[in-house]
Design a protein around this ligand. Structure first.
Ligand code: PMP
Length: 384
């Protein structure tokens, strides 16, 4: 008997380059190597160790409502309504799930027929194109230099959705009312969904207010907003994200959720509901600090003639390799082996991004980040 073969769909998927690179770093660290880690997609915060004492043990160990623990939905809906400038009904317009990665995947599954196209501007977070493929859709990548105005020229009769990431991984770019309004107008004109990935919504410079994509879409006819507690609260391992959409879409996506995970982790949802305000208060000043560090590192890079794509938010910088003759994968590999500095190759963010690397500043103290930046500058000089 021959071994049955796996689904051919998997052959079209690739390992996420950021995850692959970070796995290599975990292995190096396990052998005692001191690696300056500027590749990790998260900021490390000081948060208190959760205690589940006193929580209702009859509830926390079991499945909970598939749309999410009601108190958590209420807290998240209240917060999200500030971003949207619109009410969010906690009973019908929000669904808590296991991280925004699953939120985005379920949103794509809910809107795509086989062969439908999804427009994805580059640089693009590594999972979008493969998630579209996993839904048997077709990712349509927009070269980075064409900017956010470009999607209109990529629309065909098969286009079903545009993915927007705001604020943006890997550039740190933040979309304002003008860009969001014009994306909404495009969605209305061509009857498209806007899948808005807002995983980094709190990583903004001081005094700036986040604007959610549904602000321009009071009935939420087009916007499906995917949010996360991973980055904003420094708890990526907890796997809690959520979706905001109209009542009908939430009902549809809830069917997927019920068949995939039943519900988000109950014990963690209950803890987050009870401690939501404390967690926000604790992380807010730490977020401000990390965004400041990001913008100081942008100046440090500029001082070394390293150009970054425009942005002022998140904890990422997408830096040009300038005159280096290496492609981004070779550059990142050499940087790691020669200087023990880890960054993510730009090629992971799209075919037009091979002249960039992604630098993340959330996991190291400033003095080590500066050493990392010096190493990047000297590698560029040494590989001209
Ligand atoms: N969107 C973007 C842009 C991300 O960078 C990430 C994580 N790296 C996610 C979504 C997924 O995050 P999570 O599933 O932890 O919410």
């Amino acid at each position: 008997m021959s071994r049955p073969s796996h689904a051919s769909l998997l052959d079209g998927l690739s390992e996420a380059p950021s995850v692959r690179f970070n796995n290599r770093i975990y292995e190096m660290k396990d052998t005692g190597a001191d690696v300056i880690t500027m590749s990790l997609g998260e900021a490390f915060f000081d948060i208190s160790m959760p205690s589940f004492d006193g929580m209702p043990s009859a509830d926390i160990h079991h499945y909970s409502h598939s749309r999410g623990v009601p108190l958590l939905r209420q807290k998240l809906a209240k917060h999200a309504s500030v971003d949207s400038g619109l009410p969010v009904d906690p009973d019908s317009e929000i669904l808590v799930t296991a991280g925004s990665k699953l939120a985005i995947y379920m949103a794509l599954t809910a809107v795509l027929e086989q062969g439908d196209e999804v427009i994805i501007p580059e640089p693009a977070w590594v999972s979008y194109p493969d998630q579209v493929r996993m839904c048997r859709g077709v990712p349509v990548m927009v070269p980075w230099h064409e900017g956010y105005e470009a999607p209109a020229s990529y629309i065909t009769p098969r286009t079903r959705a545009i993915v927007v990431n705001n604020p943006h991984n890997p550039t740190g770019r933040r979309l304002g009312t003008v860009e969001l309004q014009s994306l909404h107008d495009l969605a209305v004109k061509h009857s498209l969904f806007i899948i808005a990935d807002e995983a980094y919504s709190e990583f903004l410079p001081k005094g700036e207010r986040f604007i959610s994509a549904d602000q321009f879409d009071p009935e939420r006819d087009h916007a499906i907003v995917c949010k996360s507690m991973s980055k904003n609260y420094g708890i990526s391992g907890w796997r809690i994200g959520y979706l905001i959409a109209n009542r009908f879409m939430i009902e549809q996506i809830n069917k997927l959720q019920q068949h995939i995970i039943t519900c988000a982790p109950t014990i963690l949802s209950c803890y987050l509901a009870e401690n939501y305000d404390m967690l926000r208060e604790t992380t807010r000043p730490q977020i401000s600090r990390v965004v400041d560090v990001r913008n100081r590192m942008a100046e440090e890079l500029a001082a070394r003639d390293i150009r970054c794509l425009p942005g002022d938010s998140t904890f990422y910088l997408f830096a040009s390799l300038g005159e280096s003759r290496l492609n981004s994968e070779d550059f990142a590999t050499e940087l790691l082996s020669r200087h023990k500095v880890a960054v993510v190759p730009g090629i992971g963010y799209g075919g037009t991004c091979d002249r960039f690397i992604r630098i993340a500043v959330g996991a190291e103290p400033e003095e080590r980040l500066l050493r990392g930046i010096d190493a990047i500058a000297s590698m560029i000089a040494a590989t001209r």
